[in-house]
Ligand binder design. Structure first.
Ligand code: GTP
Length: 314
């Protein structure tokens, strides 16, 4: 979102997340079929730790879907070309609520992607559209609520940056394929994220946006993919302008979160069983297996580069 911090705070003087819209605003809201004060936002803000001057909650302005938005979403092609992806009201599926943070340089298309997700891309008023978008979608037959935060500001306070790095259940790091510097920045952000979440296996998708701008491309698909393999994350190219792969991106992030959740549970179960029953010979086999795996790093690297664009596998 190309708003400077001053603009953001000035707006927030006028309206905070918990402040109802003025009457003329409400009329506009009804026209856009969006809820002005979703329950999720209050719950979300309440769950955040205290911050210097309440910075984070001040910066968040939430947009969420009401069931009336389904028509609009279908028109925009989000759900129309998928047999198992459906949008519904965001309030009834809090058990599967995932926070996704968008990171990336200025102007790479974070807001454009988030607004497509939020179904507010045509909203002319950036302030009204907000910078936090929640929506429930059914992916692979199961409902999940995603809250997408477009609050990252490269030049913002260290506290806010640190907090962004810690609060997400998953991250989308965006660069523009027309801007090599933004690609380099994406690598820096990945390193920052790795430092902030050292022991965690958090889902990260590296996104090369603006793939429609073929003639001004500065970063090739191969470079993007290689970077994702090195940094151990998933990779996809999108075009917010053409809506290309945007749906796959957001469904992909849900799949990545679920896959990790499932594999954690499986591992815990397997460990419990193994510890109970493992014989010495089995232990020896496992140990040898680890050594072989280390020797096969090259093979693993190749396998990863094959799968890094497949957002439905780990
Ligand atoms: N051609 C093309 N233009 C895009 C695409 N995505 C975004 N843009 C344009 O790029 C400009 C910046 O997009 P934003 O979505 O504001 O980028 P941002 O990353 O949120 O920028 P900041 O708020 O400054 O961090 C806008 O003029 C968008 O219309 C895309 O996929 N293709």
């Amino acid at each position: 979102m190309t708003l400077n911090r001053g603009d953001k705070l000035r707006y927030l003087d006028k309206r905070r997340g918990s402040t109802p819209f003025a009457a003329h605003h409400l009329q506009q809201q009804q026209h856009l079929h969006r809820r002005s004060m979703p329950v999720d936002e209050r719950e979300l803000q309440a769950s955040l730790p205290p911050s210097p001057r309440g910075e984070l909650s001040q910066l968040m302005r939430c947009t969420s879907y009401s069931p009336a938005d389904d028509d609009e979403a279908h028109r925009q092609g989000w759900a129309s070309d998928s047999s198992d992806s459906v949008i519904s009201s965001g309030s009834d599926s809090d058990s599967n609520l995932y926070k996704v943070i968008l990171l990336g340089e200025h102007g790479v298309g974070k807001t454009s992607l988030a607004r497509i997700f939020g179904g507010v891309e045509d909203c002319p008023d950036a302030e009204e559209a907000g910078n936090t978008y929640d929506r429930s979608i059914i992916v692979d037959g199961e409902e999940a609520s995603l809250v997408v935060f477009d609050i990252w500001e490269q030049d913002d306070s260290q506290w806010l940056q640190n907090h962004c790095m810690k609060m997400g259940d998953a991250y989308i790091i965006v660069y523009s394929v027309t801007d090599k510097v933004s690609f380099e920045k994406a690598s820096e952000l990945r390193i920052q994220l790795r430092r902030a979440r050292q022991t965690e296996d958090i889902p990260i998708i590296l996104v090369g946006n603006k793939s429609d701008l073929v003639r001004s491309r500065e970063v090739s698909v191969d470079e993007g993919r290689a970077c994702a393999v090195v940094f151990d994350c998933k990779f996809i190219e999108t075009s917010a302008a053409l809506h290309h792969n945007v749906k796959d991106l957001f469904e992909g992030i849900i799949r990545q979160i679920r896959l990790r959740k499932d594999s954690k549970e499986d591992n815990a179960r397997r460990m419990a069983n193994t510890k109970r029953r493992e014989s010495i010979s089995k232990k020896a086999k496992r140990f040898l297996g680890r050594i072989v795996a280390k020797n096969n790093k090259k093979m693993a690297f190749k396998a990863k580069s094959k799968s890094c664009h497949d957002l439905s596998v780990l």
